[in-house]
Design a protein around this ligand. Structure first.
Ligand code: G3P
Length: 225
């Protein structure tokens, strides 16, 4: 399982990158726009924080295949490292994906809502597909079921493409996606940090501290060695 942050909030990226086993960052035009700042400086700073070895997915704003390819080349040149261009699925996006996969720029095909879209994206050469779990749940669909079917299709046909499930609103959606073999998830900082929280953990840790202090006071292990 790869854990990816779906944000361009630099402080949140710094925090999660320091404390969690982070595998990368995804952005899209809405996420970038939310920061209301210089686009290039922002994506460069994200790369700077996470380093060259972690994945950075940046979405194209172009509509025509040739323009998508050209944007992808520019961004890859500037951002280097493990770079992925995010491309929404449509005919031009598929055409761009075929070209980009041939020249070695990996594509994350995004705005995926059906297993049929995902299969087509994988066939075109996408490295990842990003199904939107919560947006499906919001229209009384079953986002996790869609993730599960995509995982199953990729296994059945031996496709190299991986599922990068996106659009989560709670930990349970992430957990259920993991259970069905989803290869990676991209989540908000709140969901990432929420994944390790449990009130019984807090109670357990408080108990350890109380019992220790009852005998050793404020002394720590190094003080007793
Ligand atoms: O990566 C796609 C994701 O950002 C969409 O999430 O929360 O806008 O449905 P959301």
């Amino acid at each position: 399982m790869l854990y990816i942050l779906d944000t361009a909030d630099l402080n949140a990226i710094r925090h999660v990158n320091e404390f969690y086993p982070l595998d990368g960052v995804t952005t899209n035009p809405s996420i970038i726009a939310k920061e209301k700042t210089d686009f290039l400086k922002l994506v460069k700073e994200i790369r700077n924080i996470i380093g060259e070895d972690k994945m950075l997915h940046v979405q194209t704003t172009a509509k025509k295949a040739e323009d998508i390819v050209s944007e992808a080349k520019m961004l890859k040149e500037i951002l280097g490292g493990e770079f992925y261009i995010k491309v929404p699925i449509d005919e031009e996006g598929l055409k761009a994906t075929k070209i980009l996969s041939e020249i070695g720029i990996p594509v994350t095909m995004t705005a995926i809502f059906t297993p049929a879209q995902a299969l087509m994206a994988a066939k075109a050469g996408a490295a990842f597909v990003a199904p939107y779990v919560n947006r499906l749940d919001n229209i009384t669909g079953d986002g996790v079921r869609v993730v599960e079917e995509i995982v199953c299709l990729f296994d059945t046909y031996g496709l190299d493409c991986k599922v990068l499930a996106a659009s989560f609103k709670n930990s349970e959606q992430v957990h259920k996606s993991a259970l069905c073999g989803c290869h990676s998830v991209t989540v908000s900082p709140e969901i990432m940090t929420g994944l390790i929280k449990h009130p019984l953990t807090d109670v357990a840790v408080a108990g350890f501290e109380k019992d220790w202090q009852g005998v050793y006071g404020d002394k720590k292990i190094p003080d007793l060695i």
